[in-house]
Design a protein around this ligand. Structure first.
Ligand code: SAM
Length: 237
């Protein structure tokens, strides 16, 4: 059975969107994964297909009703883990992406307005995931990000089996920078070592750049990497 993505959204027409192109799009056409975008309004029972109501305690905006979301989640249940996209969730990581890609697929809940009635998360054992510390207008773009990251890891999707393994975050470090021809462009040179043909020196240079860039750009990652390796943290060496 292929890896299945089910999306619960108020805007099913936003899918496959960018997921219908390039690597993910080809994999979708080849049947390596499947995508089913369902309209949350199809799980309402009233004439107006109402999905939201005013926030308890007052305040602006509208909240997605727990009973409607529960009906939608129950209506599509297929054994895949259910994840709600919300800025209040745990930050999405490459480790989480790998875990999801290794499973049967995922069901994604896309919020709108002020988000979901909180009671739904415990009632249906729904995990909450955020794609970053900023607010989007809806969960559809966040769902697209999560699916793009998962699909490229599915067996047969990336051309060379190795092409994912040293990428940023896979090793706990940012990846080293890349260069291509021409060797000199607008006076900027490709680092000499990359043209040396000495594979051991190239590997050492890449690791050093990977470490230096992680230390300066992402002290949080560097700290974690150093802790895992049992090394003194940044600044102590
Ligand atoms: N009132 C919410 C808050 O302050 O946490 C924000 C709601 S946002 C305008 C509407 C929907 O967009 C959310 O329910 C969620 O599905 C999605 N969303 C917005 N930012 C997101 C993020 N950083 N990660 C994942 N989903 C996000």
């Amino acid at each position: 059975m292929n890896w299945s993505a089910t999306i619960l959204t108020l805007y099913p027409e936003m899918f496959p969107g960018s997921l219908g192109h390039s690597l993910a799009g080809r994999a979708l056409a080849d049947g390596l994964w499947s995508l089913d975008a369902r309209n949350i309004r199809d799980f309402t029972t009233d004439r107006h297909r109402t999905v939201d109501d005013t926030p308890a305690g007052g305040g602006p905006g509208m909240v997605l009703r727990a009973d409607i979301i529960a009906a939608a989640v129950d209506g599509v249940a297929n054994g895949t883990p259910v994840i709600a996209l919300t800025p209040r969730g745990a930050p999405l990581t490459q480790a989480k992406v790998r875990e999801l890609a290794a499973g049967p697929g995922v069901t994604l809940l896309c919020g709108r307005f002020e988000g979901f009635d909180e009671r739904i998360f415990d009632a249906r054992a729904i995990e909450q995931v955020s794609i970053g510390d900023y607010i989007l207008s809806g969960g559809e773009v966040a769902a697209t990000v999560l699916l793009d990251a998962c699909v490229r890891l599915l067996p047969g999707v990336m051309g060379a089996a190795l092409s994912g393994v040293d990428e940023s975050f896979e090793t706990g470090l940012l990846e080293h920078p890349h260069y291509t021809r021409p060797p000199e462009w607008e006076g900027h040179l490709i680092p000499e070592v990359l043209r040396s043909g000495d594979h051991a020196k190239i590997a050492a240079w890449r690791l050093a750049r990977s470490e230096a860039d992680t230390r300066s750009r992402r002290p949080d990652l560097w700290q974690r990497h150093s802790d895992a390796a049992g090394q003194p943290p940044s600044g102590a060496r």
